[in-house]
Design a protein around this ligand. Structure first.
Ligand SMILES: Cc1cc2nc3c(=O)[nH]c(=O)nc-3n(C[C@H](O)[C@H](O)[C@H](O)COP(=O)(O)OP(=O)(O)OC[C@H]3O[C@@H](n4cnc5c(N)ncnc54)[C@H](O)[C@@H]3O)c2cc1C
Length: 396
């Protein structure tokens, strides 16, 4: 879409009106020319006030034949031979989407052929598993991985592609999307398939206050990333042993300008996404030193400690411990929140918990709308009592 300004229809009076109307101060008038700056947010207020002298012109949309694109593809992420769990979650979702349009589910592996539990990809929903294998692909390298992914899309033309929103997925997906000049929606929290094969990519927008439903009606493939723990893994199906379809690699496609000299393993960090029991601290915690007694509580019940975003901003926790829209999604069996108000952004990452127990002074706090059990009161009185009771119970 282009923004057209018919300069000959704009005089100084109209220009002044348009300058005043722009809430983003992006309109200027110099040498009898009206300019709209790069900070334009396309709010269209100026269009309405311009008496037709400013308008959008649609570019010619090249129609694609959607029937040429078939299959819902999951990119399989793996490390040291182990498939990342997010790939199984995506396969389960891909099966539901593909069923709606009677398409197969594809799984794509790029690597050196060391993936151990490949058959599980069939057991969790793949109809066909494709593998590009070469020793040069042992480690993730953006250039060859993108080129090989591109090769696969050119051959099999999948309708939709689901990629885990991991570090690798977030690096790879935009490059692949750019090669096909197609849309990519990051961090989807829900996906639906329309009968006409358009993938509805749903994700929070405007700080989590609305759920945007995004489609890519004029391009294929349709691409999205989804964070770990957003979808369920699903039941393991009984399958017979299936063949993995190995695909030819043109050696030219392995070229990379990036070379790995060495890989330094980081210490294993606490991953709250995996935890079965979590205690989440919020701004109800008055000072940093009070975290010690929450940690003591975690220790006696065997929980991992997590937090809301303001406590990250205070520098009290590692950002990987934040639950929520801009943090991690968690699905523990038990989540205990202490001094957490329950903002939409926090709840977006916590609502998959089996059971939520909330402790909050304010009986009207939003957290009680999603909690299964609640304590209305001061966490500094309730928690020590709980700790005493649990310790008493344990000593019997
Ligand atoms: C784009 C965007 C993304 C965001 N992403 C996230 C995110 O991923 N995660 C996140 O957490 N936030 C996120 N936020 C911030 C979010 O909007 C809230 O500001 C935040 O979740 C509030 O954190 P809180 O519950 O700790 O603090 P508050 O909202 O200040 O709540 C503190 C609560 O503690 C209670 N309290 C106080 N003293 C006590 C006491 N002694 N005993 C018991 N209860 C007590 C109060 O009644 C209150 O309900 C995001 C915001 C935006 C705009």
């Amino acid at each position: 879409m282009s923004l057209i300004i018919e300069q000959d229809k704009i005089d100084i009076e109209l220009a002044k009106k348009l300058i005043n109307i722009c809430p983003f101060n992006q309109i200027t008038y110099e040498n009898n020319l009206l300019n709209i700056g790069a900070g334009c947010k396309l709010c269209k207020l100026c269009l309405k006030a311009s008496n037709g002298s400013i308008y959008f012109q649609e570019k010619n949309i090249v129609k694609i034949d959607k029937a040429n694109y078939f299959g819902v593809l999951v990119f399989v992420e793996h490390n040291k031979g182990k498939i990342h769990e997010v790939s199984f979650e995506l396969l389960n979702k891909a099966s539901q989407l593909a069923k709606k349009i009677n398409n197969p589910v594809y799984a794509l592996i790029i690597g050196n052929g060391d993936v151990e539990n490949i058959q599980d990809l069939y057991a969790y929903g793949a109809d066909r598993v494709f593998s590009y294998e070469d020793k040069e692909l042992k480690n993730f390298l953006i250039e060859p991985y993108t080129t090989i992914f591109e090769d696969f899309i050119n051959i099999y033309k999948p309708n939709s592609i689901l990629i885990g929103a991991t570090d690798i997925g977030r690096t790879l997906a935009p490059r692949v999307a750019a090669r096909f000049k197609t849309g990519l929606t990051a961090d989807c929290t829900s996906l639906e398939m329309k009968d006409n094969t358009d993938l509805v990519q749903i994700r929070p927008a405007f700080g989590g206050n609305i759920m945007a439903r995004i489609i890519t009606p004029n391009n294929r493939p349709q691409m999205c990333t989804v964070r770990y723990k957003i979808f369920d893994k699903g039941e393991k199906r009984k399958t017979v042993k299936n063949e993995v379809e190995k695909l030819f690699i043109d050696k030219n496609k392995l070229k990379s300008r990036i070379f790995i000299n060495s890989i330094i393993e980081k210490d294993l960090e606490v991953d709250i996404s995996e935890a079965q029991m979590i205690v989440a601290c919020g701004r109800g915690i008055k000072q940093k030193s009070d975290i010690a007694f929450i940690e003591h509580f975690c220790k006696i019940i065997g929980a991992k400690i997590a937090c809301t975003r303001p406590l990250i901003e205070k520098g009290w926790f590692n950002p990987k411990q934040q639950i929520g829209l801009s943090g991690r999604t968690v699905k523990p069996k038990l989540l205990i929140t202490v001094g957490v108000s329950g903002s939409v952004q926090f709840v977006a990452g916590a609502k998959g918990s089996d059971c939520i127990i909330a402790i909050n002074l304010d009986s009207n706090a939003q957290i009680f709308d999603v909690a299964n059990y609640g304590f209305v009161g001061d966490l500094y009185k309730i928690l020590p009592n709980l700790i005493n009771k649990i310790e008493e119970y344990k000593s019997v």
